[in-house]
Structure formats: structure tokens, C-alpha cells
Design a protein around this ligand. Sequence first.
Ligand code: ADP
Length: 404
Amino acid sequence: MDSILVVNAGSSSVKFEAFAIAGSADLKFQVRGQMDGIGRQPRLRARGPDGSQIVDRRFEAQQIPDVPSALHTAGDWLREQHEIHPVAVGHRVVHGGPNYDRPVLVTAEVLAELEKYVPLAPLHQPNNLAPIRSIAERFPTLPQVACFDTAFHRGHSPVTDHYAIPEPYYAQGVRRYGFHGLSYEYIAQRLPAVAPECAEGRVVVAHLGNGASMCAMLGGRSIDSTMGFTALEGLPMGTRPGQIDPGVILFLIEQRGMSPAAVQDMLYSECGLKGLSGISNDVRELEASSNPRAAFALDYFVHRIALHAGMLAAALGGLDAFVFTAGIGENSVSLRARIAEKLGWLGARLDAAANAAHGPRISAPDSRIGLFVIPTNEELMIAQHTLALLRDASTLPRQQGKSS
Ligand code: ADP
């Protein structure tokens, strides 16, 4: 069956998802899986459409030493065990730089352009590009599409995407890019169905997962975001601090003798909920803990979300709806309730029963703003973009029968 393969590659894991091309613009979910522990204890796991586990296989470290070998093994498994034959691959690519405001069909020139953004996202961009390159080598005629986390925010005004630093740095790429754009774009696409009265209005979307950010949307378009030059800015996250005085970084390097690499490691891996609690980055564990530090970390998280919500509401000139999404936003009844309470000054009133049932509408009838829970689906967004781009370019081959 013709399918679109979606690839989301990190440093030690590759997530993949396959969608069958069911009709002119229809995509049918087939398989979701991931290869974890690349180079250490590789493990391939996947689930089918009914949610049941269809594979759980371990490998020797030398069998899967890197991201490309992980993807090739997963691709072989999809083809041989499930007769899934990708006719195109859509990739999540964290950085599209200042120019890409939409997905793009990958060519050698595009790949060279995307390489230039490696310094802007050194931890993520190389891992995103490695599988594109290896698939291009192995299957040179298989179309590949790069979908960017930054693209949805590219319409921001200059006052939004500048830092107040000397102008030449802006030209060098030091800008507030914003991330989680594929998630926000998916939510914007769902809003007319879930919240028709708000879809064209002023909406703040809170993507609260291990990475967390918020987006101000006007008429379904991003006008501001809490994330900036990197995915460190804005809200506190599982292991990242969010907004921090740059003086702290200077202090750590100059006064405490930390190397830039050590500071980077700390900022990406040791801060946020994990750093504050000293227990875990996982909200489930913090909610279950009786340790006061766990409670403090969650208090901090709620406080900062409320502060940034106020900032984005100001950018929008008011608020019509607030949407929760991603792992925490979709699942934590108690954090949603606490955040909604903090939005009381904007007229938010929660329907506790609807919140306990995970919505989608969780605002009470007398609420001045709509409160919603909308599960995100970045992979479907990537698959849709990939299919649309191929159809536009009329490059969709029939029964290529090969994949990664
Ligand atoms: P990522 O940014 O890695 O894609 P997710 O969107 O999958 O993250 O969110 C993962 C986080 O969601 C977990 O670390 C956990 O804190 C939170 N989470 C998942 N399920 C629940 C739950 N039932 N209750 C509270 N938090 C949850």
C-alpha cells in the first residue's frame, strides 16, 4: 500500500509513523513506533491502529550504531512485516531559519541551506538532517519533505522577532524564531471544528509537554510565541529553565568557571521541573509525590504559564480562547484547573466535570473565554504537508515500492 512515512529523529531515538494514502487528500494512520537507545541498547517498539503493541525487539549496540541505521532497520521492518511502502518521507526539522515559512521538497540545494542552520540548533538540526541524507543516498528518487518547527511563526512582525541587541546580529540570524510550529499549525487546523466561535479570534495555545511553549494566534496565524532564538526561552520545561537573565549565564562562566559546554548541558538537561524539584522532569511523578519540592516545581510551572499567558493576551489585545495541548496539557486535570484559575482575571471559568473528562470544551457556560483541550498531532501535520507538496509538484510516484 502507498504510504507516507513521517520521521522525527533525535540524538538517541528515531520516532516514525506511517499513514496510508487512502484518497485524494485522506491519510489513514497505520503504525507508530520508535527506535530508542541507539548505539547503547537499541530497542524497536511500535503500535498499530488499535493501540496494540506489534513489535518489541532488542538489538546489539553495534547493529544500530546511529540514527541512519535505526531508520533503515525500522524501514525494512515496515516493508517486510507490514508491506508498508513509503512513496515519500516527511521529516520534522527543527530549524527552517529566517526564510522557510512552509515545508519544502528536499533537494541537494535545500539540504545545503538547512546545513547552515546547524549552529542555530546544534543539538537537534544535525540529527534531523542525518536521516534525510542517508535516505537520499539509499533511495535517490524517493521524495523527501522537510517540515519545520519554526515555519508557522515566520509571519511575526519585526518587533516580535527582534532582540534588543545591535542590529547586525539580526542579519546574522540572532532572532526570536519560535518553535513547536507544527503542533500549533495542527491546533489552528482543528479550531474551526472544535471551537468554531473562537477560531478566527484571539487564541493562546499552550503546548505543555516535556518541551513547553505558548503561541498567540490571531485568526489561526501565529503573531507571537514564548520561545525565541532557541527552544530554551519562555516557559520552564521538563529539564529547561525557560526565561532566565543572561547575566546568570555570564556569572556561571566567568565566576564559577563553568565551560560553555557544561552550561549548555545544564540548561538543556538539568533545569526546569527536574532542577527545581530535584526529583523528576515528569509531571506524573511530581503530582504523585508528597515532597514539598515537587509541589514547589509545579507551583513555579503554573505561575510562569500564567505570567506568559498575560503577556500573550496583551499581544493579542485580549483573549477569546485558551487551548491546552501536548502531554501535560492533554492529561493533567489538576494543572489545567490551576492554570484556568490563574486566568480568572481574563474571565476564565472552568467546568470541573468537563475538565475531568478531558474536554474538548472545559470552560463553564458563564466563562468569558473558551477553554479547550485539543490533542496535538504533529506527525499527521507532517504527513498532510508531505502529501500536499507532492500532489502540488505532481511528483508522487506510483508504487515505488521502496523505503528507508
Ligand atoms: P515531548 O515534548 O517529549 O513530545 P510530550 O508532549 O509527550 O513530550 O509530554 C510528555 C510529558 O507529559 C511527560 O513528561 C509528563 O510530564 C506529561 N504527562 C504525560 N501523561 C501525563 C499524565 N497522565 N498526567 C500528567 N502529566 C502527564
